[in-house]
Structure formats: C-alpha cells, structure tokens
Design a protein around this ligand. Sequence first.
Ligand code: F6R
Length: 241
Amino acid sequence: MLIHVYKDAQEVGKAAAMIVAAEILKKEDCVLGLATGSTPIPTYKEMARMNKEGLIDFSKVRSYNLDEYIGLAPDHICSYRRFMNEQLFDHINIDKANTHVPCGIGEDHEADAKAYDEAVEAAGGIDLQILGIGHDGHIGFNEPGDEFISATNIVTLTDMTIDANTRFFEKRDDVPRQAITLGNRNIMAAKRIILLATGKDKAPAIAAAIKGNITPKMPASLLQVHPNVQFLLDEAAASLL
Ligand code: F6R
C-alpha cells in the first residue's frame, strides 16, 4: 500500500487526475472504475480541464461506476447517472455509450446485479478503480457486515451512510434505503486502485482501514491485501495515521 498525503482536496484531485491521464496514455481504451460523492469532484474537474487542454483523450475510454440508488431513475436529480453526467461525462470527450452506471429501477434487481457483474468481467475487468470511503468504511456501497460480499449486489444502507448522504437530498426521508453496488470481488480484481479521502471527518475510517485488522466490519481494510493500491489523502484525512 502506498500512502500519499497532499495539502488539500485540490491537490489530491490533481494527483488523481494525473494517474488517470497516465493510465489512458498506457491504454487508450482502458476501463475506469468511477465513484460518485463529494470526494472525486476536484479530480473530475481536473480531468475535464486536462481534456479541454488536449492532455487526455477519453474517446476510447470505457467506464463502470460503482453504484446507484435503488428506485432512482437515471434522470433523477440525485441519481448517480445524473451526477456522473453533470460532474464529468458532459465535460469530456467520452462516448456516453461507453459509460456504465448500474440500473436502480429495473424489475429484477438481482438479475441487473448479475448482468452488471458480467459486463464488467466481459470488458476485461477494471484497469484503474477510483474509490472514496464512507465514514463507516464502506467502499462502493459495500457496508460493514459479517462477511465480505463478493459480487455486485443489492445492499441496505447504514444509518451512518443515510445521514451522510442526506446533504444531497431535500430531507433524510428522501434518501433511498438501498443501492446496487459492485462487490468486493470486482473492486479487488481491479488492476490498480486509488482511494481518495479528504477532510477530518474521514480520518477515523482511514486510520482503521490502513492500520486496523482486515475485517468485513471495516470493508476498506480489505485493500490492505490488494497488490496495487494507493491512498491519496489530504492532511486532514491523514491526521490519525
Ligand atoms: C460513491 C461511493 C461511496 C462514496 C463514499 C464517500 O459512488 O461508492 O463509497 O465514495 O460514500 O462519499 P463522499 O465522497 O461524498 O464522502
């Protein structure tokens, strides 16, 4: 595990975008695993800037997002598909047909999860996975539990996650209680992972993920055994290391 500490969230974003650029330089049709939430926003802004300036070409890049809320249509203002379009895809020269976000409104969520799992594997797996981390240590929406869930699955969000994500909705009751998320197998199978964390509120989860026991009660701790993972942290998120 490599741990890099930067001054602030903007510097984390610049470093992460540079890693994305290097990945695309190495493989123009690489498969990016993407996350939503506040943390990757500076990274996505920097990726858009680099694309605009001709430094990165996304025209052949493929992407698979980690997760989507169950019950939210792609055009819902709080859906992760909409988030990705607004924060990244609308600002870069990626072919939207090559971007994938799990479906949260299908009739058979289990079948959708299986299909998404298979699609990621058929694409050759993820070359570079960008992760954030929840206050409870979740990666994707793989919440703490008694076992590591392997495949893409339907999860019930913890109260801590619902509380944290209420800021994106009008009120707490509007936050969906379930999500569809890539499983730990897809995440761990990624050839390279960068986990981004910024802010003091992420410091306890980061310390537990890096220094604590490997346990499904702290899903991000599983990354300790990934052969190619980098933590990109700002000083506040690294403050308990
Ligand atoms: C989002 C995701 C989540 C977030 C995590 C942190 O696609 O998979 O694991 O990365 O909840 O969210 P923020 O960055 O908003 O603190």
